[in-house]
Ligand binder design. Structure first.
Ligand SMILES: Nc1ncnc2c1ncn2[C@@H]1O[C@H](COP(=O)(O)OP(=O)(O)OP(=O)(O)O)[C@@H](O)[C@H]1O
Ligand SMILES: [Mg+2]
Length: 340
């Protein structure tokens, strides 16, 4: 059974008309709609860790906002546990929650007060609020920061409070919109551990521009581009759909370049005692190389599979990479391979 079923979801916004356009042109444009999400379909199963990927403006937040009942779609349906949440928005609000990038916590209240406030908003009684808030504070190890105002916390701490806030109603589904943005690497790892823990009992939906974290955490992914879904599947399935090649890196003991050249296929790029090869099936080629190169010559061999990040860049159309297929560019490309 699917926990979330999205069918033909469409969300338009009125086209913004600014400036001193002629009144005639302005009135013609005023009736035009901007299609932020264009008839998308996807299904999320129980305890999935489901990733929504896409460049800036692809429609990820609009999609999550429709699911979380913050926006009303123009057409299509959204079922949560077989309940039509467009007709019954309270079903979503009782059983699920969302962490948005603008954190939804009050900066002048302290951590504990925020949690108490939201618990009461969700209808918990005074005693229930007390025990729920205490257990969240313990689970999140808030300790002495519980009495600190949100405005006095670091970005990472604020983000943990935002996630804690979304747990006051004990949701079985949690939507996370770029939860690790602006968080340092160590803290990201902490949040990943927290998400994995939450995923033991909850279905999670995540948007992120950090492809490595999506690859690490998510079992299913959709890739969105200009309001449509251009790829669906597990991260491995998405990677395998692309033409990207994996990379084999070899290091040799001190032998001549001529000798290294002799030992490797013609497409090898040799630099001193190092060599790299781009192959579509790098594991198989690497095994052959280990078998064929005498042990005394080979110091190390490493296989790097194509990453979800490389696949994403290929799918969404922006490509700039070094010899080993590693991206050297920031994400957010706009031009697309429309045939992807
Ligand atoms: N309330 C709104 N009114 C008008 N247009 C909107 C509104 N909300 C979103 N949009 C537009 O819809 C498109 C999709 O926006 P959305 O926020 O879903 O993108 P996103 O995929 O989440 O991007 P990002 O990675 O930058 O967060 C964008 O072009 C955006 O400008
Ligand atoms: Mg967004």
């Amino acid at each position: 059974m699917s926990v979330i079923k999205v069918e033909n979801l469409r969300k338009n916004f009125p086209l913004q008309v600014e400036g001193n356009l002629l009144t005639k042109v302005k009135s013609r444009l005023a009736n035009r709609q901007f299609e932020a999400v264009k008839d998308i379909d996807f299904e999320v199963k129980k305890k999935d860790f489901f990733g929504l990927l896409g460049s800036n403006g692809a429609g990820k937040t609009v999609t999550l906002s429709c699911i979380s009942t913050l926006l009303i779609p123009d057409s299509g349906s959204i079922q949560v546990n077989d309940v039509d949440i467009i007709k019954n928005p309270f079903y979503f609000r009782e059983n699920a929650n969302i962490v948005l990038s603008d954190r939804l916590v009050y900066s002048k209240l302290n951590v504990k007060e925020n949690l108490q406030f939201y618990s009461r908003l969700y209808g918990l009684g005074i005693q229930e609020t007390k025990s729920r808030v205490n257990s969240i504070i313990k689970e999140f190890n808030f300790g002495e920061i519980s009495s600190k105002k949100i405005e006095d916390l670091s970005n990472g701490q604020k983000q943990r409070v935002a996630i804690a806030r979304a747990l006051v109603n004990e949701p079985s589904i949690l939507l996370l919109d770029e939860p690790t943005v602006g968080i340092d690497a160590n803290f990201q790892i902490e949040l990943h551990d927290l998400f994995r823990e939450l995923n033991k009992t909850k279905t999670l939906l995540l948007t992120s521009h950090y492809l490595h974290e999506v690859e690490l955490l998510c079992n299913k992914v959709i890739v969105m581009k200009k309001g449509i879904i251009i790829a669906k599947g597990s991260p491995d399935e998405i990677i395998s759909k692309t033409k990207k090649k994996g990379c084999i890196k070899l290091e040799f003991n001190k032998i001549s370049s001529a000798k290294i050249k002799e030992l490797l296929p013609k497409n090898a790029v040799i630099s001193g005692c190092n060599a790299t090869l781009l192959e579509s099936k790098p594991e198989i080629i690497a095994i052959d190389l280990v078998r064929s190169i005498p042990k005394k010559y080979l110091k190390s061999i490493e296989v790097k599979k194509p990453s979800l990040e490389q696949a994403f860049i290929e799918l969404t159309g922006e490509e700039k990479e070094n010899e080993c297929g590693e991206n050297t560019n920031a994400l957010g490309g706009d031009e697309v391979n429309e045939n992807a």
